[in-house]
Write a protein that binds this ligand. Structure first.
Ligand code: S3P
Length: 436
């Protein structure tokens, strides 16, 4: 059912960011492969994507328990490791739903095993590029087939034995990096990777905490086959979810929001840097470390924003936040230019096209380019009815726009927010954005 959001007179309150999606996937997958017992994971992401990972691991014979934590608390899970070679052949096709992270991480786990597995997902997932994992895994000796010349899911993993490779990654992708590091754990020899730029490093942090022999030198990584120790994980809040409230807080004319428990790992925190460069009144308080990840509370207050240029190495560090940064750009003075972000075209939707389409519909001067977009802000956003193209981050960016726009904004397909943030619309309502 569509929802309509209208701008509240003021925007004040405290929000607890839900558990991080990237860390949650990794906590399940890596602990399932450990051979030292049972791990406990708390503040697990409530989104559907991470549930896809849980269900796939269960289908492969891993025992996982899950207890609901209630709103704002996050679920608690236990995972009993089966060891690197303990996964069982599933009785059916594995369904990753909408989750690219599940598909690419699991490709590294399923490649070169003595069991037959087939991995698929929804229409969006089946259109996303999988050649980027199939090519290097095949070089390692895996036998994988897929649609469209082995570039699209469903992917079929037949077996083969893995040997290490030295691989120059063609894209700065944490999903690809993680896939190859996972495959490297079971390959003969030392697998080494060169990244074109830094991307989120949760995999490196967690595998190192589990005793994996993993070295890093600049953009180069090397991993040796190692057995994994179990690690308990308290998942930090998701900065990608917190980013919606940061933008709402800095753009609303009368706002002060406290966003608690936000993971601020430097390889994820590009959104804070970019918004601060725009002039945002964003401050980090109560900085601490939780399960090897930096965490802080973030205060976002009404700000006067100016346009920026976003390009180069910062792009992978804020790639998921560009749809909501575009909302800030629409409210800023001047012309914001985003470059080097062609990856946006192959996310859950073509996020360049989807973002530019709704911005134009709301009266903003916006245009897409091959690898980014150009947005001229005017300090206001018009209203209207928009669709998110089944993309959770688009739906929530539209929700933030509704908290700021002169006329109400209707989102025709809001439920997709549940992919990463099922409580999003409830929080909008609590903040006074009428949800009709
Ligand atoms: C993710 C990595 C990013 C990001 C995705 C989650 C991860 O994708 O867009 O939402 O958990 O590794 P790429 O690494 O492919 O850019």
């Amino acid at each position: 059912m569509p929802v309509t959001i209208a701008r509240p007179r003021s925007l004040r309150g405290e929000i607890i960011a839900p558990g991080d999606k990237s860390v949650s996937h990794r906590a399940i997958v890596f602990n399932a492969l450990s051979n030292t017992g049972t791990a406990r994971i708390t503040n697990f992401s409530p989104g559907a994507d991470c549930t896809s990972t849980v269900e796939i691991m269960r289908a492969l014979g891993v025992e996982i328990t899950r207890e609901s934590g209630g709103p704002g608390i996050g679920d608690s899970l236990t995972v009993k490791g089966v060891g690197l070679d303990g996964l069982q052949e599933p009785a059916d096709i594995l369904d990753a739903g909408n989750s690219g992270t599940t598909t690419r991480l699991m490709s590294g786990v399923l490649a070169g095993r003595g069991i037959l597995t087939i991995l698929t997902g929804d229409d969006s997932l089946k259109s996303r590029p999988m050649g980027r994992v199939v090519v290097p895994l095949s070089l390692m000796g895996a036998h994988i087939s897929g649609r469209s010349g082995n570039t699209l899911a469903p992917l079929v993993f037949h077996g083969g034995s893995l040997k290490a490779i030295n691989y120059a990654m063609p894209v700065a992708s944490a999903q690809l990096k993680s896939c190859l590091l996972l495959a490297g754990l079971r390959a003969e020899g030392v697998t080494s990777l060169t990244q074109p730029a830094e991307s989120r490093d949760h995999t490196e942090r967690m595998l190192s905490a589990m005793g994996v022999k993993l070295t890093k030198s600049g953009l180069d990584l090397a991993v040796e086959p190692t057995e994994l120790d179990t690690v308990d994980v308290e998942v930090p809040g998701d900065i990608s979810s917190a980013a919606f409230w940061m933008v709402a807080g800095i753009c609303h004319p009368d706002a002060e929001l406290l966003i608690k428990n936000v993971g601020v790992n430097p390889t994820r925190a590009g959104v804070i840097t970019a918004l601060q460069q725009m002039g945002a009144n964003l401050s980090l308080i109560n900085e601490r470390e939780v399960a090897g990840e930096p965490v802080a509370d973030v205060v976002a207050k009404t700000s006067e924003l100016n346009a920026i240029e976003l390009s180069g190495d910062i792009v992978p560090l804020l790639i998921d936040e560009i749809p909501v940064i575009a909302v800030a750009a629409a409210m800023a003075n001047g012309t914001t230019v985003v470059r080097d972000a062609a990856e946006l075209r192959v996310k859950e939707s073509d996020r360049i096209q989807a973002t530019v389409t709704w911005l134009k519909g709301a009266g903003i001067d916006a245009q897409g380019t091959d690898d980014g977009m150009i947005i001229t802000g005017g300090g206001s956003i018009g209203g209207g009815q928009f669709q998110s193209y089944d993309d959770h981050r688009l739906a929530m960016s539209l929700g933030v726009a509704g908290l700021l726009s002169d006329e109400p904004i209707t989102i025709l397909d809001p439920d997709v927010a549940g992919i990463s943030y099922p409580g999003f619309w409830r929080t909008i309502e609590e903040l006074g954005g009428s949800v009709g």
